[in-house]
Design a protein around this ligand. Structure first.
Ligand code: TXA
Ligand code: MG
Length: 309
């Protein structure tokens, strides 16, 4: 732990003004979105974006998602075709990220896209992120507000524990609702593909999606990601010696993702449960099976990455 601590301010006009003041001088702010807390910087300010990478200890080849207030702002940064515009109209504001051709003239710092000709962009629904985007008046680059490869933060306290004094200001608006990072869609030669499963599911999207070989890769989708500090065993029905069991439905444990087997509740609680498991005295973590239907696809994706080491 560092001696200094970040300033944590509750959501409100003063907090939004404080966040904008920090962003204007090219510094970073942590704030909630509907998925996870993000670590935001002015996306047009190279040094500001560099301090995101610095604070996270993130490999510089891993590009960031840009957040804007509305579709009009997104269209000034990325090139939309009819299919992309239809998805945006249906799902924004909300937890959907689109990877689209970047408009070179948009002034986005090269570090944001890590040199790619495409940009990942979304319009978040959370009131705090929306208020800051509108008051700031420009695009904000924001990855999850945690040290690279650690569990994503769904509470202000998770951000403070992971980043400490590396982030000067955390805007606190309670736990996030969706709990897993946004669904990312990209387009390859074979059409649209899900690059990262998330709260908006393949079923929700109702698109013909490209699969297998045709998939384009989200460069940040390393096998190890969202990792707790302890070994994690999947599909556990019972607790073995030395394990902290995270239950689901009929599998009861030291904690549960959802006692009633509700996948939306499980997604919202997933990272919080992993943080608690990491902090528990047990040496290892086990997680009950979670169905891979709907948002369960995103939950299983994050659990597989958490288990990989
Ligand atoms: O819900 C979310 O999306 C959260 C909140 C804070 O908005 N953000 C988030 O950002 O998860 P981050 O930086 O942790 O994840 C960004 C993902 C990475 O997997 C990255 O590789 C991918 O987006 N990505 C970014 N730009 C890309 C691009 N041009 N092409 C393909 N993938 C891209
Ligand atoms: Mg992340």
């Amino acid at each position: 732990m560092t001696a200094q601590l970040p300033r944590i301010v509750p959501f409100g006009d003063d907090a939004v003004a404080a966040a904008v003041a920090v962003l204007r001088v090219g510094a970073i702010v942590a704030l909630p979105t509907e998925t996870v807390y993000g670590l935001a910087a002015d996306a047009t300010h190279g040094a500001a974006v560099a301090s995101i990478y610095g604070a996270k200890g993130r490999p510089s080849f891993n590009p960031l998602i840009v957040h804007v207030a509305d579709l009009a702002a997104a269209e000034r940064i990325a090139l939309f075709d009819e299919e992309a515009r239809g998805l945006a109209a249906r799902w924004w504001p909300g937890p959907l990220t689109l990877v689209l051709p970047l408009r070179g003239e948009a002034g986005i710092a090269g570090l944001v896209t890590a040199g790619l000709e495409t940009i990942a962009i979304r319009v978040p629904a959370h009131r705090a992120m929306q208020a800051v985007l509108r008051a700031f008046g420009g695009p904000l680059a924001a990855p999850s507000a945690n040290v690279s490869n650690a569990i994503s933060p769904t509470r202000a306290a998770h951000v403070a524990a992971s980043l400490g004094a590396r982030v000067p200001l955390i805007l606190d608006d309670g736990p996030t609702s969706a709990g897993v990072e946004s669904t990312i869609i990209g387009w390859g030669a074979a059409g649209a593909a899900i690059l990262r499963p998330g709260p908006i599911t393949a079923e929700d999207l109702g698109l013909p999606l490209a699969a297998g070989e045709a998939r384009i890769n989200a460069p940040g989708q390393l096998a190890t990601h969202y990792a707790p500090h302890k070994p994690l065993r999947l599909h556990a029905i019972t607790r073995e010696a030395g394990e902290w069991l995270i239950g689901f439905g009929a599998v009861t444990g030291d904690d549960t993702l959802s006692a009633s087997g509700d996948l939306l509740e499980a997604a919202a609680r997933l990272f919080d449960a992993l943080h608690r498991a990491d902090a528990a005295p047990a040496e290892r973590i086990a997680v009950a099976p979670v169905p891979a239907t709907g948002i369960g696809a995103a939950i299983n994706d994050r659990l597989r990455r958490a288990a990989h080491r």
